[in-house]
Design a protein around this ligand. Structure first.
Ligand code: NAD
Length: 425
């Protein structure tokens, strides 16, 4: 199958500005002082590197790559590395800031960072990707570190790339340092439950929100946009908890079955089909992938890209609940339209925080030199997700704001209080 270019981003809204507009609203509710606002509005560090790589045909290509550390007042910065042809500095800046807020919302001792390499991994061989991953790790050797900045997987990266990063960092250090990245294969110190952790957190958030909305999961239909790591695991776990997943999509299109899709079959198909649902026969293919967003379902889980719910399509969304598996799927300009329609949104910085939570557990286990069981990982992460949800929910009631603004309030309040104690400017 040839590589199909991702759908064009439908809104011109800059993701960093989208993040800032929510930050401003939450800061206003909190009465955040101007000095702290000024500190938090810009990333601490932005690194751009150009990486020359020998391609399989002998030519040399130069790849632009980024690492942005938004803030590390709460602890070492944490955030994934994205391999995607559309990666750019503004996107990475927004994603880094979201990581700061996300870690604060779930109350884990990390700051926020993000990385990206502007490349198309679907058009590269495994050897080319390996050379690029190793070059990136070496170029950022001074930035990374188990007590400084800890990468993890994101779009286009997974256990394989994390293994290369861990190995390259360890080679450069002259010793094995497995706590420098999370999302590693189990044999390298990866945590049980990390692969499905983000999808699991999405499931816990969705079920907790359904409980608040008094919707029985057994009478509930779900559509999931994006059937990669987050989307497939969220769909599997939501189906397991009794909901009917009627639509899934990926870069090859959207697939619908009003009787419910057999998600286990779809996932098996994906795993045996180079990661895509291309030609999947367990559901009818919709004319356009965007149709999935407008389906008359109870729950919509965007779990692919940012800016897919925008002022152009927000009005046509029929779901009662949106649970943001992806980072930044809703543009700031769509927030008001969605809120006016009475749709409840569990925001990205809460809904998809299960991933960073289990990444934190992985780092804790690496530092202890000890391995937890899957059951212990799941129980602890479910508890963290539910506690964070309740805190955000109560904050939304207290300030009479959406769950999104409430999540920002919880996060910014924590970071601001830490600054107030630490001072040092
Ligand atoms: P992934 O690469 O495993 O999966 C992405 C999926 O989206 C793929 O199925 C791809 O085909 C699909 N996709 C791409 N363009 C699409 C389009 N136009 N329409 C429909 N589907 C499309 O990535 P992932 O790790 O699952 O990440 C997905 C989102 O979740 C990203 O926003 C990421 O930042 C966020 N996220 C991931 C994690 C994690 O632990 N992996 C944690 C938190 C947040």
């Amino acid at each position: 199958m040839g590589y199909i270019e991702p759908a064009p981003i439908m809104d011109k809204e800059n993701p960093f500005e989208s993040m800032m507009s929510r930050f401003k609203i939450a800061a206003g509710h909190l009465g955040l002082n101007e000095d702290t606002y000024n500190v938090l509005k810009s990333p601490d560090k932005q690194v751009i590197v150009n990486l020359p790589i020998t391609m399989d045909d002998g030519s040399i290509r130069v790849f632009e790559a980024y690492r942005v550390i938004h803030n590390n007042i709460l602890g070492p910065s944490k955030g994934g590395v994205r391999f995607d042809p559309n990666v750019n500095l503004d996107e990475v800046k927004a994603l880094a800031a979201w990581m700061t807020w996300k870690c604060a919302v779930v109350d884990i001792p990390y700051g926020g960072a993000k990385g990206g390499i502007c490349c198309n991994p679907r058009q590269m061989s495994s050897g080319e990707i390996e050379r690029l991953t190793r070059a990136y790790t070496t170029a950022l050797y001074d930035v990374f570190g188990p007590d400084k900045d800890i990468p993890a997987p994101d779009m286009g990266t997974g256990q394989r790339e994390m293994a290369w990063m861990m190995d390259q960092y360890s080679r450069n250090s002259g010793m094995t340092v497995n706590g420098v990245v999370t999302g590693k294969p189990s044999v390298l110190g990866g945590s049980e439950g990390r692969t499905e952790a983000t999808g699991r957190g999405v499931m816990v958030s969705a079920l907790t929100a359904l409980e608040k909305l008094k919707i029985n999961p057994y009478n509930c239909t779900v559509a999931v946009q994006g059937f990669g790591n987050v989307g497939s695991n969220a769909a599997l776990l939501l189906a397991d908890r009794g909901t009917k997943v009627v639509a899934i999509s990926d870069i090859t299109g959207a697939y619908y079955n009003s009787n419910g899709i057999d998600i286990e079959k779809a996932n098996e198909y994906r795993l045996n089909n180079r990661g895509t649902l291309d030609n999947f026969t367990g559901a009818e293919k919709l004319d356009s992938a965007d149709e999935l967003m407008m389906l008359d379902v109870d729950v919509l889980v965007p779990a692919a890209l940012e800016n897919v719910i925008t002022k152009h399509n927000a009005d046509r969304i029929k779901a009662k609940l949106i649970v943001e598996g992806a980072n930044g799927p809703t543009s700031a300009k769509a927030d008001d339209i969605i809120a006016k329609k009475g749709i409840v949104v569990v925001p990205d910085i809460l809904a998809n925080a299960g991933g960073v939570t289990v990444s934190y557990f992985e780092w804790v286990q690496n530092r202890l030199g000890y391995k937890w069981t899957r059951d212990r990982v799941n129980r602890r992460s479910d508890r963290i997700m539910r506690t964070a949800f309740e805190q955000v929910y109560n904050t939304s009631v207290k300030y009479d704001v959406t769950l999104r603004i409430a999540a920002y309030i919880v996060a910014i309040d924590k970071v601001a209080k830490t600054y107030a104690y630490r001072g040092g400017f």
